[in-house]
Design a binder for this molecule. Structure first.
Ligand code: TYD
Ligand code: MG
Length: 454
């Protein structure tokens, strides 16, 4: 078969050129030309067959049939199970457990329908050794060590698997392109072919993707656009906890998380993770505050720790792990301006225990309480939780799902909750008092600080 001729497309302006050159003639960008296949690659992106225009009301609604992966927490992040014909990208640092999780899931899924696990990184022997450690070696899982995507698809076409796992997409190459596996052009092409296969054959395809040092899936963002669901592994170094987060999901809630613990025999589900992210202190310590976050569709009790220390630097450090560092700078300005607490000349370190990342603004208030507590070396009152968003005017703004967060705190034995005034409505306060939870609504930052300490 003659090799289709490549064209080179500028990543910045999409101009095409017949040969590679260092600078794009059209827009002048450097190193922006990438090899691409002329038409098929483009057509591959629109996987649905050409169809006539129809009225929205006439399109028959059909609940996406979902299948369990056999792992409850994985089903949860996928939005309630696996959708036939979906393409899912799973990213994460090396060694975090991507292959482990997918091998476990693939083994479970192979009990229902044929499942094909394609390994481009490890030999069949390595995979089989791992399967033995995981205790899933006896199943009906099919393995294939292959890195040519056309060969993989030919094999998959014969087997008609219900699920296909590609570990990893960076090792795959298409024979139609000359560039090396892992290059942008190859990633685009192989992913396009795999996604098209998923749609046409109704196979659920999982793609493992490596992440770069910056923490995004290596290769272009285009991969994230091409697939239906993007999952990321998060973890603290040294921690056994692994959090899988849906960053994008066409079939479910984004930001849903699944929690696992790495054990000697693979990843174990943590179906009730609500209090996994608290460290147990015998008595209250300064610099620690407990917040109720809501990640995905469930509340989560999380400890935020702060360390405020004299700085030796002209520009004191502001470091936040698990929270947004820019947000921290903003919060410290609010703390100074509206509560009169200055942290100038001091380093501020903030850490969320357990390696979970909190993107919610509900973390604002507990983060500042932890900072004040560390600065003044005063612990917060015992059994206290807090949540709330801070405005630039020093007001504490309500956050969604206040009641659910409060009930979760009560369930875990907390006695006081410092919350936005608008979240502490009277009826709710009375109801929670029955559960031994005192709800303290604070309208402004200084009120909250007053009430948080003895
Ligand atoms: P792996 O799944 O190979 O990670 P990735 O595919 O994301 O690079 O990583 C597994 C890591 O977890 C490895 O460092 C060893 C450890 N591990 C366990 O602790 N228990 C196990 O049962 C297995 C299979 C691996
Ligand atoms: Mg791996």
């Amino acid at each position: 078969m003659p090799r289709p001729k490549s064209v080179y497309v500028c990543d910045a302006c999409a101009a095409q050129s017949l040969k590679w050159q260092g600078q794009c003639d059209a827009c002048g960008a450097w190193n922006s030309l990438i090899e691409s296949r002329p038409m098929p690659a483009l057509r591959a992106l629109s996987a649905a067959p050409a169809a006539a225009v129809r009225r929205l009301a006439d399109v028959e609604e059909r609940e996406e049939a979902r299948r369990s992966t056999g792992i409850g927490e994985l089903d949860r992040v996928l939005g309630g199970g696996l959708v036939a014909g979906s393409a899912t990208l799973i990213g994460g640092d090396p060694g975090i457990g991507k292959s482990t999780l997918l091998l476990q899931a693939a083994a479970r899924m192979s009990e229902g329908s044929p499942t094909l696990y394609v390994t481009g990184e490890e030999s069949l022997r390595q995979v089989s050794l791992r399967a033995q450690r995981l205790g899933v070696a006896a199943g009906d899982l099919r393995l294939l060590a292959q890195t040519c995507v056309e060969e993989v698809l030919a094999e998959a076409g014969r087997l008609h698997p219900g699920a296909l796992v590609i570990d990893s997409v960076q090792t795959m190459y298409s024979a139609a392109l000359q560039s090396a596996p892992g290059s942008v052009a190859q990633l685009r092409e192989t992913t396009a072919q795999l996604v098209r296969f998923a749609k046409l054959a109704g196979t659920a395809v999982f793609l493992v993707g490596h992440v770069t040092k910056e923490g995004v899936i290596a290769g272009p963002r285009v991969l994230e656009h091409m697939v239906d669901t993007v999952l990321y592994f998060e973890s603290d170094s040294g921690s056994r906890l692994r959090i899988v987060r849906a960053v994008k999901n066409r079939f479910g809630a984004a930001n849903e998380i699944g929690v696992f613990a790495m054990a000697g025999d693979g990843l174990k589900e943590v179906p009730n993770p609500s209090a996994m992210f608290l460290s147990r202190h015998a008595k209250p310590v300064s610099g620690s505050a407990v917040m109720v976050a809501r990640e995905g569709t469930r509340p989560l009790l999380v400890e935020v720790q702060a360390l405020v220390d004299e700085s030796q630097l002209a520009n004191p450090r502001r470091i936040a792990i698990g929270l947004d560092a820019n947000r921290l700078t903003l919060l410290l300005a609010v703390l100074h301006r509206h509560a009169g607490v200055s942290l100038s000349g001091r380093d501020v370190f903030l850490n969320v225990v357990g390696g979970v990342r909190i993107a919610e603004t509900a973390a604002d208030l507990p983060a500042l309480l932890a900072c004040v507590s560390s600065l003044q070396d005063r612990p917060l009152l015992e059994h206290t939780v807090a949540f709330g968003e801070l405005g630039l005017a020093g007001e504490i703004r309500p956050v969604p799902f206040g009641e659910e967060r409060l009930r979760e705190s009560a369930k875990h034995g907390f006695r006081r909750a410092i919350v936005p005034a608008a979240n502490g409505r009277r009826r709710l306060v009375r109801a929670l008092a029955m559960l031994d939870l005192e709800v303290i609504g604070a309208a402004r930052l200084p009120d909250a600080i007053d009430r948080a300490f003895a």
